[in-house]
Design a protein. Structure first.
Length: 703
């Protein structure tokens, strides 16, 4: 099957609009020519590490339409009158002014502005200053997520840290606690999970260590997610991992230990109280139902359930608190991580390792069969991010990450813990003991076994280890194109991801039934479920007959993804007040699970923004998306959004208002879509007969 998604004419139309928009402002603002006496040169460096700072905006204060930008080595050249003042500004640094005073060389050392650094927000396919964002975007730092405690995954850490994000989890099984995430509620009929991008590539959240996260941005409205078009209906989560910084190596170690416990469990009565309540009900309703007197229990027998005289009475009159028998009061979890960051002018690096251990609230019982049943989860995450400065204008970024997780469950575990929880509150406390002193397991003989002894099922069900190995690589080349157009930049990315799952490793003990018994509380008669061996005819002897399995690859869970993207960015400040940006990109996704044919997605995206004096903001975005889930004539669609913003707090009349430091009015409109339909090739007509296609004589199709 050949699937063709490429359809560039529509993209060309939108990119031309964005490019003309940018050049229009360039020509309009630089329409005036001014003569100068001096040419000033110099170098801009950082006070933190004494290294050059590229991209610093420089303009003449008295003539804001005259400006320059430092190159990759921090050098600049600008013409200005002898008595002018130069203004140096850059995101993350404090703005500096320097008098020319007939000088021809002015070197500047800039100090970091931590407050300004926090004002940079990651948005779709780029970043913007917070005060220029017109869409609904909220951002949380990695440090904020770490304060959530020793949660096992990023999804759980989002709860309470990011406004508008709702997380729900239906299980507490180790390794299976990934919550469902909703952004502003449920938006679509099918799967409402948001799109998750890690360093720009679609990847799962559960394989990322919180310690390696720099920031997380959540795009909530249509104007923010329109650049993702057909995948933006449920919101977008952008995860940016940590990268190296110029300077000495910084080593950071962190160890967390957490005790998990059930927040609230339903209350219930034990056997003693239950009999008292039943007796009271019989007495009150005796005139209506005289036959109920046969169920009345005498007090001396009731006392034996709570105060047995010996082991025999304790086994004959059981009083089991099933939630305490099944569950621990607490379960420990541990997380340890170590990372190192640093670099030079040539190479910057970040490397980290994270180990996660999760215990389980369900108790483990010794079955005397040579293995330890139960649940558990161990995971090791590693990540390395490298930035290579190949030339003064070229940077190569390499990201290598991996995750190795081992999940322990009973053999053949179906994935839910509902059966254990329901057993704790549906099994009567007086029916049998989980396990008797002779090693036999309790069962409900009057009902032929009933729902089964949950503790017995857990203890002798074997043990299975499922190993999930994920390898993720991405390479990004960034090239400044200032020689072509000042402020122009090219970025190219390619990523390869693979996931391998090994299952069926462990001990299969499903078909090795143990001895079970029931003691009638009225007569004391013991009933054994297996009185003799069907093969020998002698008394039943429990043997150890489990089989071991070395494991095999689950081909249906094998996953692979190829992603590649090219992007052009243009950003320029004119005259110190006019900020113009334009972006155009193309990307393509090819991914598949198991032996299925690859799925394809293709995106052509653009964005243009204009801001005047950080007060008046205009933004327009568009995405032309292709998805092979639809027929050829409906495979592509265009989604767009636009927004207006007014930073009222930056107006002159707001300077005297001390109790308001940030006030913005914004309005936006956008269109987004969703291609997460159930099934594939739904647009094709399918002929079937009983699940199998029939060819040949004997089956007639009439037109």
């Amino acid at each position: 099957m050949s699937i063709k998604l490429l359809n560039p004419p529509h993209l060309v139309k939108f990119l031309v609009i964005g490019v003309l928009f940018s050049f229009f402002f360039s020509s309009w603002i630089y329409g005036n020519n001014i003569d100068f006496q001096n040419t000033i040169t110099g170098t801009v460096t950082s006070s933190d590490d004494n290294l050059p700072v590229p991209g610093v905006n420089i303009f003449v204060k008295e003539l804001p339409n005259v400006g320059a930008v430092t190159d990759m080595d921090g050098n600049y050249s600008i013409q200005a009158p002898a008595d002018a003042t130069l203004v140096f500004s850059f995101i993350g640094f404090k703005t500096i002014e320097r008098k020319v005073d007939n000088r021809t060389e002015i070197n500047v050392v800039m100090d970091s502005d931590l407050d300004a650094l926090q004002e940079v927000v990651i948005v779709g396919y780029g970043e913007q200053k917070r005060e220029t964002v017109v869409a609904a975007v909220v951002q949380a730092s990695g440090e904020e997520l770490e304060r959530a405690g020793n949660v096992p995954n990023i999804g759980s850490a989002l709860a309470g840290n990011v406004p508008g994000v709702i997380t729900t989890s239906s299980t507490g099984i180790p390794g299976g606690e990934d919550p469902r995430i909703f952004i502003r509620g449920q938006s679509t009929w099918n799967d409402s999970s948001p799109l998750v991008l890690v360093d720009g590539i679609e990847r799962p959240l559960n394989t990322i260590a919180i310690s390696s996260v720099e920031s997380i941005s959540v795009l909530k409205d249509a104007s923010a997610t329109a650049v993702y078009g057909v995948r933006g209906a449920n919101g977008v989560i952008l995860v940016t991992t940590k990268r190296g910084k110029t300077g000495k190596a910084v080593i950071r170690a962190r160890l967390n230990s957490t005790v998990k416990t059930a927040s609230k469990l339903p209350g219930k009565k034990d056997a003693f109280d239950t009999f008292l309540v039943r007796n009271r009900a019989i007495e009150n309703e005796l005139s209506l139902t005289p036959e109920s007197w046969s169920f009345f229990q005498t007090q001396d027998i009731i006392d034996k359930y709570r105060f047995p005289a010996n082991l025999t009475e304790a086994e004959r009159y059981p009083n089991v608190d099933w939630d305490k028998a099944l569950f621990r009061e607490y379960a420990p979890s541990y997380n340890a991580n170590l990372n190192i960051t640093g670099g030079s002018e040539i190479v910057k690096y970040f490397a980290g390792a994270d180990f996660q251990y999760e215990g389980d609230l369900i108790k483990q019982y010794d079955n005397n069969r040579g293995y330890q049943p139960g649940f558990g989860f161990n995971r090791l995450n590693v990540r390395t991010n490298l930035d290579f400065k190949l030339t003064s204008s070229t940077v190569l970024k390499v990201g290598l990450s991996g995750s190795y997780g081992v999940r322990k469950t009973p053999w053949g575990f179906g994935g839910g813990d509902y059966g254990y929880w329901i057993a704790a509150y549906s099994t009567p406390p007086d029916i049998y003991l989980p396990q008797y002193s002779d090693g036999s397991w309790g069962y409900d003989a009057p009902s032929g076994g009933g729902e089964g002894n949950a503790i017995r099922n857990l203890a002798i069900s074997g043990v299975q280890f499922v190993t999930n190995t994920q390898l993720q690589t991405n390479f990004t080349l960034e090239q400044d194109l200032d020689v072509i157009l000042d402020g122009l930049k090219f970025t190219g990315t390619i990523a390869l991801d693979n996931t391998f799952v090994e299952a069926n490793r462990g001990v299969n003990d499903l078909y090795n039934d143990p001895q079970e018994k029931y003691i009638d509380p009225e007569t004391g008669i013991v009933t054994y479920r297996r009185t003799y061996d069907a093969n020998t005819g002698f008394d039943y002897q429990q043997g150890i007959k489990w089989s071991s399995s070395s494991g095999d690859v689950n081909n249906d869970a094998t996953y692979r993804r190829l992603f590649y993207q090219t992007q052009l960015n243009y950003a320029k400040n004119f005259a110190g007040k006019h900020d113009v940006t334009a972006m155009g990109l193309f990307n393509r996704n090819e991914f598949a699970t198991g032996s299925v044919l690859p799925f394809y997605r293709e995106d052509w995206v653009f964005r243009t923004t204009y801001g005047y004096d950080n007060r008046y903001l205009i933004e327009y975005n568009g995405a032309y998306n292709g998805s092979e889930r639809f027929a050829a004539g409906n495979r592509f669609a265009f989604f767009s959004s636009g927004g207006l913003g007014w930073n009222i707090s930056n107006e002159a009349f707001m300077k005297e208002v001390d109790f308001i430091n940030n006030l913005k009015l914004r309005a936006s409109y956008g269109e987004i879509g969703d291609d997460n339909v159930n099934g594939r090739y739904l647009y094709l007509t399918q002929w079937s007969y009983g699940g199998q296609a029939r060819l040949g004589t004997g089956y007639h199709i009439h037109k």
